[in-house]
Design a protein around this ligand. Structure first.
Ligand code: AMP
Length: 424
């Protein structure tokens, strides 16, 4: 009997783990430059944190949450995203009493009961940031700047940054009335999902991928044409600052996002190199009311999250190489001809590892020429061979796999010679 991992989950190993860690390391390095510090929150929260935070009528809350009762009958939910948890933690721990904006980042697994397909999983990883406690358009620009830098540093070239504003609660209310007026005569021609969105979460019709709905929306009023003066100025200033940074973006008037908590600036980064609905690598937006709704003070905030798996898949497809650093590392494969030499072998490995040299050895004794071939295939720069002569006379035979020069070293007296040979 062989067990499968649950649908929509995945095991990561080999190259995948290298990519994941590469993306995590690059993100951490970048966030440090902007003075963000890490926050680690639980993988599950009381269900209300998400249902109130993300919104009862959102797709995620209605259809996609992993919700269960614990043994005391309390309703808990595996986190489907990071922002609601971070906001809960900030309010509960009163983290906002420090300097504002409070700059936090998180890295972790999220859970959504979605229809699994390429780049769409039920357990996936996100890296996100939250800047809490500033209304300034400068922080919007900085957050978008970080998103832009992150993908640039990872080696992406062909990405599109879409930005829009969905206004504040005032201008949005007026606009949604207008949109509903516009959609009313088309109601019967909307898809079932859009019919459901109408009246509850009308803005989300812009997310619909059905062509007939898209056609209807072509001539619909667009929210960013109905912003109040303050929201309009805010968006213009975000654009000014991005222009000053030479960051290319598109003002995508059709952009909406799936969480109820967003206000004003929203953005998404997509790839032209993926021909599928799953072309969004990351996205985010401003949330000016959420902290107050969670019982905290009025603290305007903004953040984004990127999907780690989607980023990894695209990096691999585009052939973005992450092994540059490793190629320059010296590494030794030690081939022993007999189990009887193990104590000598371990002494050599101990010495190498103490000197921070990557090494491994053959635990199973096999054909030596096969071992050498494999060592080369696996990227080792050197091999050490321990045969009968070496074992009896305390010698090491070391071979450079680049030029095949071979040197014999007296283990007891010439350890430094060994280190010198291994220097690049
Ligand atoms: P969201 O939290 O929905 O704004 O998503 C932010 C990013 O997380 C997306 O752009 C994707 O890269 C990633 N993401 C969201 N949902 C999934 C999923 N089900 N599977 C894999 N990645 C996802």
């Amino acid at each position: 009997m062989i067990y499968n991992s649950p649908r929509g989950t995945y095991d990561y190993f080999g190259e995948d783990v290298k990519y994941i860690n590469f993306i995590i390391d690059a993100s951490k390095e970048l966030f440090k430059l902007y003075k963000y510090s890490e926050i680690i929150t639980p993988h599950f929260e009381y269900t209300e944190v998400f249902s109130r935070g993300i919104g009862e009528n959102s797709e995620i809350v209605k259809k996609e949450m992993y919700t269960f009762l614990d043994k005391k009958g309390r309703s808990l939910t595996l986190r489907p995203e990071g922002t609601a948890s971070v906001v809960r933690a900030v309010v509960e721990r009163k983290l906002y009493s420090e300097n504002l904006p409070l700059k936090l980042f998180y890295i972790g697994n999220m859970f959504r009961y979605e229809k699994p397909q390429k780049g769409r999983l039920r357990e996936f990883k996100q890296i996100g940031i939250e800047a809490i406690g500033s209304e300034s358009p400068a922080i919007d620009a900085e957050v978008i700047w970080i998103l832009h830098d992150l993908f640039n540093n990872l080696g992406f070239k062909n990405l599109i940054l879409n930005i829009n504003s969905i206004g504040c609660s005032n201008c949005r209310k007026t606009y949604i009335n207008l949109l509903e007026e516009y959609l009313k005569p088309h109601y019967e021609n909307l898809c079932d999902d859009c019919k459901n969105r109408y009246g509850k979460n009308t803005l989300r019709v812009f997310d619909c991928k059905v062509q007939s709905c898209k056609d209807i929306l072509n001539n619909a009023p667009k929210i960013s044409d109905y912003l109040c003066g303050d929201c309009q100025n805010h968006l213009s200033e975000v654009f000014n600052l991005l222009n000053a940074l030479d960051i290319k973006y598109i003002h995508n008037k059709n952009l909406v996002r799936g969480f109820d908590y967003y206000t004003r600036t929203i953005f998404e980064i997509t790839s032209n190199d993926i021909d599928s609905a799953q072309n969004a690598l990351g996205g985010g937006g401003r949330y000016d009311n959420l902290i107050e709704e969670f019982g905290g003070p009025k603290l305007s905030s903004i953040g984004f999250a990127i999907g780690l798996e989607r980023t990894m898949i695209l990096m691999k497809e585009l052939g973005i190489d992450i092994n540059e650093d490793e190629k320059n590392l010296v590494s030794v494969y030690l081939i022993s001809m007999s189990e009887d030499y193990n104590s000598f072998v371990f002494k050599i490995l101990k010495f190498l590892r103490k000197n921070k040299i990557i090494c491994d050895n053959n635990f199973n004794i096999k054909n030596i020429s096969k071992e050498i071939k494999n060592a080369k295939l696996n990227g080792y720069t050197h091999i050490i061979i321990i045969g009968e002569d070496e074992f009896k006379n305390n010698l090491i035979t070391i071979k450079d796999l680049n030029n095949f020069t071979q040197t014999k070293i007296d283990w007891l007296n010439e350890k430094n010679k060994l280190l010198n040979l291994l220097k690049k």
